[in-house]
Write a protein that binds this ligand. Structure first.
Ligand code: NCD
Length: 306
């Protein structure tokens, strides 16, 4: 059974094929409106979500399929003490594919070992978020016309930001990417991304605490929210949360064709005045998420049927 737990579960050719299919879906959505007729997606969300869960659900409805699930741990039997293993064993009988978000790192992996249908990791703690990465790659491709040969800046909470970890992993498969890592010292990338991905793959990278000094070099700027829910104390969060705020003044120093991304939700890190700048791609990015999730659901269901 094929699952998507870590973005590295997909090879470069498979990533490119998913992006291509998503673009095909965008250009001819009606041709896909029946492709999941009779199939059901279960969304098991043990942690809050807006875009990820709703885009999965919208994707499945637009493919002609059905959706069931829950949006918080307290509305499921986990609040009575049920294990993930038992939950997915049972839910596998009610659906054809599962999308799971969980605050504990590794929970979707555990689920995949007990499920009899494909499991998609929709975010596990501060670890990984592979379907956001598909969204991000599609956005880079559509905004910049390519994924390779780019200088990509990541700014904010690189320690707990799971979307950052997964996207850097995926970018390691593309040629000629330079990474510029902008964060407070306390929120630098974890070793499992910095050492095991960037250094191991010989990716070019630069680390700094100043966005202002490097913004002019970037082709893509990936802003992130400081991940309040992963902090051990409120004081540290309060001190770090406004480390970076992208304003029109700061953006004036950037290239005219910079692509500004953010997985959303944003709190303070991009001022609302930036939204009307044509370089602000984050709402287009969120829209891309629905289409690339359609491509993923189709791929996993096709493989499960073989
Ligand atoms: C991200 C997440 O959940 O990791 N949001 C999302 O899925 N679009 C980023 C975040 O919560 O900051």
């Amino acid at each position: 059974m094929r699952h998507l737990i870590d973005i590295r579960d997909l090879g470069r050719a498979e990533l490119d094929a998913l992006l291509e299919r998503a673009e095909d879906i965008i250009s001819a959505p009606k041709e896909y409106s029946d492709s999941c007729r009779g199939k059901t997606l279960a969304t098991l969300f043990y942690e809050p979500s807006t875009r990820t869960r709703l885009s999965f659900e919208a994707a499945m409805y637009e493919l002609g399929g059905n959706v069931l699930g829950f949006a918080s741990a307290d509305s499921s039997s986990v609040s009575k003490g049920e294990t993930i293993a038992d939950t997915v064993r049972v839910v596998s009988e009610y659906c054809d594919v599962i999308a799971m978000r969980h605050p504990k790192e590794g929970a979707p992996l555990v689920a995949s070992r007990h499920a009899t249908v494909p499991v998609i990791n929709a975010g596990d703690g501060g670890h990984n978020h592979p379907t956001q990465t598909l969204t991000d790659l599609l956005t880079v491709k559509r905004e910049k016309g390519k994924v390779g040969s780019l200088t990509v800046g990541f700014c904010g909470d690189l320690k707990f930001g799971r979307t950052v970890h997964s996207l850097i992993n995926a970018l390691s498969l593309y040629e000629d990417i330079k990474l510029v890592l902008v964060s407070p010292e306390e929120l630098r990338l974890p070793g499992y991304t910095y050492k095991d991905v960037i250094l191991k793959n010989g990716m070019e990278s630069e680390m700094t605490t100043s966005l202002q000094e490097v913004i002019g070099e970037l082709d893509v700027l990936y802003m992130t929210r400081v991940q309040k829910e992963r902090f051990f104390n409120e004081e540290d969060y309060m001190r770090l949360r406004d480390s970076y705020i992208l304003t029109p003044q700061l953006l004036a120093r950037a290239k005219p064709d910079l692509c500004v991304m953010h997985p959303l939700p944003r709190v303070n890190e991009i001022s609302q005045e930036v939204d009307s700048d044509p370089r602000a791609a984050y709402f287009r990015q969120a829209a891309n998420g629905k289409h690339v999730r359609k491509a993923l659901i189709l791929k996993l269901l096709e493989e499960a049927a073989r």
